[in-house]
Write a protein that binds this ligand. Structure first.
Ligand SMILES: [Zn+2]
Length: 276
Protein backbone atom coordinates (compact mmCIF):
# COMPACT_ATOMS: atom_id res chain seq x y z
CA UNK A 1 0.00 0.00 0.00
CA UNK A 2 1.35 3.38 -0.83
CA UNK A 3 0.76 6.49 1.27
CA UNK A 4 -0.24 8.55 -1.75
CA UNK A 5 -3.41 10.58 -1.42
CA UNK A 6 -5.98 10.06 -4.10
CA UNK A 7 -9.34 11.35 -5.15
CA UNK A 8 -11.88 9.84 -7.50
CA UNK A 9 -14.08 12.17 -9.55
CA UNK A 10 -16.53 10.00 -11.50
CA UNK A 11 -14.42 7.90 -13.86
CA UNK A 12 -11.26 9.96 -13.28
CA UNK A 13 -8.66 9.07 -10.65
CA UNK A 14 -6.33 11.76 -9.31
CA UNK A 15 -3.23 10.89 -7.28
CA UNK A 16 -1.28 13.64 -5.51
CA UNK A 17 2.52 13.32 -5.65
CA UNK A 18 4.71 15.09 -3.12
CA UNK A 19 7.98 16.17 -4.71
CA UNK A 20 9.15 17.70 -1.41
CA UNK A 21 8.75 20.52 1.06
CA UNK A 22 10.17 23.99 1.55
CA UNK A 23 9.85 26.74 4.13
CA UNK A 24 9.65 30.11 2.45
CA UNK A 25 11.74 32.97 3.87
CA UNK A 26 9.45 35.62 5.37
CA UNK A 27 11.01 38.25 3.10
CA UNK A 28 9.36 36.80 0.00
CA UNK A 29 5.84 37.33 1.42
CA UNK A 30 4.08 40.60 0.58
CA UNK A 31 1.06 42.37 2.15
CA UNK A 32 1.55 40.64 5.50
CA UNK A 33 -0.11 42.48 8.41
CA UNK A 34 1.86 43.15 11.62
CA UNK A 35 0.08 40.48 13.64
CA UNK A 36 0.76 37.75 11.08
CA UNK A 37 4.34 38.93 10.68
CA UNK A 38 4.92 38.49 14.43
CA UNK A 39 3.30 35.03 14.33
CA UNK A 40 5.54 33.98 11.42
CA UNK A 41 8.63 34.98 13.43
CA UNK A 42 7.37 33.32 16.61
CA UNK A 43 6.40 30.05 14.96
CA UNK A 44 9.49 30.03 12.80
CA UNK A 45 9.15 27.73 9.76
CA UNK A 46 5.71 26.33 10.43
CA UNK A 47 3.56 29.04 8.88
CA UNK A 48 5.52 29.43 5.66
CA UNK A 49 5.93 25.71 5.02
CA UNK A 50 4.78 24.42 1.67
CA UNK A 51 4.90 21.22 -0.34
CA UNK A 52 5.90 20.98 -3.96
CA UNK A 53 3.23 18.84 -5.60
CA UNK A 54 2.58 17.09 -8.87
CA UNK A 55 -0.41 14.93 -9.84
CA UNK A 56 -1.14 11.80 -11.82
CA UNK A 57 -4.51 11.64 -13.56
CA UNK A 58 -5.82 8.32 -14.81
CA UNK A 59 -8.62 8.50 -17.36
CA UNK A 60 -9.46 5.84 -19.98
CA UNK A 61 -6.15 4.82 -21.57
CA UNK A 62 -4.36 8.05 -20.64
CA UNK A 63 -1.93 8.70 -17.79
CA UNK A 64 -1.44 12.42 -17.37
CA UNK A 65 1.30 13.89 -15.22
CA UNK A 66 0.60 17.44 -14.05
CA UNK A 67 3.90 19.21 -13.27
CA UNK A 68 7.18 17.41 -12.70
CA UNK A 69 8.82 18.70 -9.51
CA UNK A 70 12.15 20.47 -9.03
CA UNK A 71 14.73 17.68 -9.50
CA UNK A 72 17.86 18.79 -7.55
CA UNK A 73 17.40 22.53 -7.97
CA UNK A 74 15.93 23.28 -4.53
CA UNK A 75 18.11 21.18 -2.25
CA UNK A 76 17.74 17.86 -0.45
CA UNK A 77 14.15 18.35 0.80
CA UNK A 78 12.77 18.19 -2.76
CA UNK A 79 13.10 16.22 -5.96
CA UNK A 80 11.19 13.04 -5.10
CA UNK A 81 8.56 13.09 -7.81
CA UNK A 82 10.03 10.08 -9.63
CA UNK A 83 9.91 7.99 -6.43
CA UNK A 84 6.29 9.05 -5.99
CA UNK A 85 5.42 8.08 -9.55
CA UNK A 86 6.98 4.64 -8.92
CA UNK A 87 4.90 4.30 -5.71
CA UNK A 88 1.80 4.76 -7.88
CA UNK A 89 3.00 1.77 -9.97
CA UNK A 90 3.60 3.97 -12.99
CA UNK A 91 6.76 3.81 -15.11
CA UNK A 92 8.10 6.95 -16.79
CA UNK A 93 7.32 5.45 -20.21
CA UNK A 94 3.66 4.88 -19.18
CA UNK A 95 3.03 8.64 -18.98
CA UNK A 96 1.15 9.62 -22.12
CA UNK A 97 0.75 13.34 -21.42
CA UNK A 98 2.31 16.04 -19.26
CA UNK A 99 0.56 19.30 -18.43
CA UNK A 100 2.62 22.12 -16.95
CA UNK A 101 0.51 24.53 -14.88
CA UNK A 102 3.28 27.03 -15.60
CA UNK A 103 6.96 27.03 -16.42
CA UNK A 104 8.60 27.71 -13.07
CA UNK A 105 11.54 25.45 -12.13
CA UNK A 106 9.69 23.66 -9.31
CA UNK A 107 7.13 22.48 -11.90
CA UNK A 108 9.30 21.63 -14.90
CA UNK A 109 12.84 20.65 -13.82
CA UNK A 110 11.91 17.01 -13.08
CA UNK A 111 10.81 16.54 -16.69
CA UNK A 112 14.45 16.40 -17.87
CA UNK A 113 17.66 14.98 -16.44
CA UNK A 114 20.81 17.03 -15.81
CA UNK A 115 21.91 16.50 -19.41
CA UNK A 116 18.62 17.83 -20.76
CA UNK A 117 17.19 14.44 -21.73
CA UNK A 118 13.41 13.86 -21.52
CA UNK A 119 12.52 11.74 -18.45
CA UNK A 120 9.14 10.74 -19.91
CA UNK A 121 9.98 9.45 -23.40
CA UNK A 122 6.42 8.86 -24.62
CA UNK A 123 4.69 11.96 -23.23
CA UNK A 124 3.12 14.77 -25.18
CA UNK A 125 3.73 18.07 -23.33
CA UNK A 126 0.92 20.58 -22.99
CA UNK A 127 1.08 24.14 -21.67
CA UNK A 128 -0.93 27.30 -22.18
CA UNK A 129 0.12 29.28 -25.24
CA UNK A 130 0.62 32.52 -23.28
CA UNK A 131 3.00 30.74 -20.93
CA UNK A 132 5.16 29.20 -23.64
CA UNK A 133 5.28 32.47 -25.58
CA UNK A 134 6.37 34.41 -22.51
CA UNK A 135 9.29 32.14 -21.61
CA UNK A 136 10.38 31.70 -25.24
CA UNK A 137 11.51 35.34 -25.47
CA UNK A 138 15.24 36.11 -25.56
CA UNK A 139 15.40 39.31 -23.50
CA UNK A 140 15.46 37.91 -19.93
CA UNK A 141 17.73 39.60 -17.43
CA UNK A 142 20.22 37.72 -15.33
CA UNK A 143 18.23 37.97 -12.09
CA UNK A 144 17.39 35.30 -9.54
CA UNK A 145 13.58 35.21 -9.85
CA UNK A 146 11.82 35.08 -13.21
CA UNK A 147 15.06 35.75 -15.05
CA UNK A 148 17.36 34.19 -17.62
CA UNK A 149 18.07 31.03 -15.60
CA UNK A 150 14.33 30.22 -15.43
CA UNK A 151 13.92 30.93 -19.16
CA UNK A 152 16.97 28.82 -20.07
CA UNK A 153 15.64 25.84 -18.10
CA UNK A 154 12.30 26.14 -19.91
CA UNK A 155 14.02 26.26 -23.27
CA UNK A 156 15.86 23.02 -22.36
CA UNK A 157 12.60 21.31 -21.37
CA UNK A 158 10.86 22.41 -24.55
CA UNK A 159 13.86 21.27 -26.62
CA UNK A 160 13.82 17.84 -24.92
CA UNK A 161 10.19 17.22 -25.94
CA UNK A 162 10.46 19.07 -29.29
CA UNK A 163 7.61 18.24 -31.66
CA UNK A 164 5.61 16.64 -28.83
CA UNK A 165 4.98 20.09 -27.30
CA UNK A 166 1.46 21.42 -27.82
CA UNK A 167 0.03 24.75 -26.73
CA UNK A 168 -3.46 25.08 -25.28
CA UNK A 169 -5.97 27.88 -24.89
CA UNK A 170 -7.77 28.45 -21.57
CA UNK A 171 -10.65 25.96 -21.01
CA UNK A 172 -9.22 23.59 -23.59
CA UNK A 173 -9.23 19.85 -22.98
CA UNK A 174 -5.84 18.45 -21.84
CA UNK A 175 -6.98 14.82 -21.94
CA UNK A 176 -10.59 13.63 -22.04
CA UNK A 177 -12.60 15.48 -19.37
CA UNK A 178 -9.66 17.45 -17.92
CA UNK A 179 -9.74 21.14 -18.83
CA UNK A 180 -7.16 23.93 -18.38
CA UNK A 181 -8.20 26.87 -16.20
CA UNK A 182 -6.39 30.17 -16.81
CA UNK A 183 -5.26 31.87 -13.57
CA UNK A 184 -2.97 34.63 -14.88
CA UNK A 185 -0.71 36.71 -12.64
CA UNK A 186 1.74 34.34 -10.98
CA UNK A 187 3.07 33.98 -14.53
CA UNK A 188 1.36 35.22 -17.73
CA UNK A 189 -0.01 31.80 -18.71
CA UNK A 190 -0.33 30.36 -15.21
CA UNK A 191 -3.15 27.83 -14.94
CA UNK A 192 -4.81 25.06 -13.04
CA UNK A 193 -7.15 22.36 -14.26
CA UNK A 194 -10.71 21.30 -13.74
CA UNK A 195 -12.55 17.97 -13.88
CA UNK A 196 -16.36 17.60 -13.84
CA UNK A 197 -17.43 13.97 -13.91
CA UNK A 198 -20.68 12.34 -12.72
CA UNK A 199 -21.90 15.36 -10.71
CA UNK A 200 -18.60 15.76 -8.90
CA UNK A 201 -16.08 18.52 -9.55
CA UNK A 202 -12.44 19.15 -8.80
CA UNK A 203 -10.29 22.22 -9.40
CA UNK A 204 -6.52 22.26 -9.07
CA UNK A 205 -5.68 25.91 -8.46
CA UNK A 206 -2.04 25.87 -9.60
CA UNK A 207 0.20 28.27 -7.71
CA UNK A 208 -2.35 30.83 -6.52
CA UNK A 209 -1.02 30.05 -3.05
CA UNK A 210 2.46 29.23 -1.77
CA UNK A 211 1.88 29.43 1.99
CA UNK A 212 -1.39 27.56 2.68
CA UNK A 213 -1.18 28.26 6.43
CA UNK A 214 -1.42 31.98 5.68
CA UNK A 215 -3.01 32.67 2.31
CA UNK A 216 -6.36 30.90 2.77
CA UNK A 217 -7.04 33.03 5.84
CA UNK A 218 -5.68 36.18 4.15
CA UNK A 219 -5.82 36.02 0.32
CA UNK A 220 -4.21 39.48 0.16
CA UNK A 221 -0.85 37.92 1.01
CA UNK A 222 1.22 37.53 -2.16
CA UNK A 223 4.69 36.27 -2.96
CA UNK A 224 7.63 37.88 -4.72
CA UNK A 225 7.56 35.13 -7.38
CA UNK A 226 4.35 36.58 -8.85
CA UNK A 227 5.21 38.32 -12.12
CA UNK A 228 2.02 40.44 -12.00
CA UNK A 229 1.08 40.86 -8.33
CA UNK A 230 -2.26 42.55 -8.92
CA UNK A 231 -3.53 39.96 -11.39
CA UNK A 232 -2.13 37.16 -9.25
CA UNK A 233 -4.20 38.39 -6.32
CA UNK A 234 -7.27 38.74 -8.55
CA UNK A 235 -6.89 35.15 -9.78
CA UNK A 236 -6.39 33.86 -6.21
CA UNK A 237 -9.51 35.61 -4.90
CA UNK A 238 -11.58 34.62 -7.91
CA UNK A 239 -10.75 30.91 -7.74
CA UNK A 240 -11.11 30.76 -3.92
CA UNK A 241 -14.53 32.38 -4.23
CA UNK A 242 -15.56 29.96 -6.99
CA UNK A 243 -14.53 26.72 -5.25
CA UNK A 244 -16.09 27.94 -1.98
CA UNK A 245 -19.38 29.08 -3.51
CA UNK A 246 -19.76 26.02 -5.75
CA UNK A 247 -18.49 23.58 -3.06
CA UNK A 248 -15.83 22.18 -5.37
CA UNK A 249 -13.03 19.93 -4.08
CA UNK A 250 -9.73 21.72 -4.60
CA UNK A 251 -5.98 21.28 -4.34
CA UNK A 252 -2.93 23.23 -5.45
CA UNK A 253 0.69 23.07 -6.51
CA UNK A 254 1.92 23.91 -3.01
CA UNK A 255 -0.79 22.46 -0.77
CA UNK A 256 0.26 20.77 2.43
CA UNK A 257 -1.44 17.60 3.67
CA UNK A 258 -4.26 16.78 3.27
CA UNK A 259 -4.03 17.62 -0.41
CA UNK A 260 -7.76 17.53 -1.20
CA UNK A 261 -10.53 19.54 0.45
CA UNK A 262 -13.15 22.27 0.41
CA UNK A 263 -12.99 25.96 1.30
CA UNK A 264 -15.33 27.50 3.85
CA UNK A 265 -15.68 31.23 4.45
CA UNK A 266 -13.85 32.42 7.56
CA UNK A 267 -13.65 36.13 8.39
CA UNK A 268 -12.24 37.92 5.35
CA UNK A 269 -10.75 34.72 4.05
CA UNK A 270 -11.22 30.96 4.06
CA UNK A 271 -10.64 27.81 6.01
CA UNK A 272 -9.52 24.59 4.32
CA UNK A 273 -11.60 21.52 5.20
CA UNK A 274 -10.19 18.10 4.39
CA UNK A 275 -12.09 15.88 1.97
CA UNK A 276 -10.57 12.75 3.52
ZN1 LIG B 1 5.46 26.60 -7.72
Amino acid sequence: MSDLQELVIGSTRIVALRDGELSLPKEILLNVDDDTSTRISDENNKLTLNNVNAYLIFKDDKTLLVDAGCRDLFGPSCGFVHDEIAKANVKPEDITDIFFTHLHPDHVAGAIDKDGKAMFPNAAVKVLEDELNFWSKDDFEDVEINGKNFADLNKSVIKAYKDKVQTLKPNQEIISGVFSVALPGHTPGHSGFRIDDQNKSFVQMGDVLHAPNLQFADPNISVLFDIDLENGMKSRKKVFDMVCTDKIICSGGHMLEPKFGYLDKMGNGYKFISEI
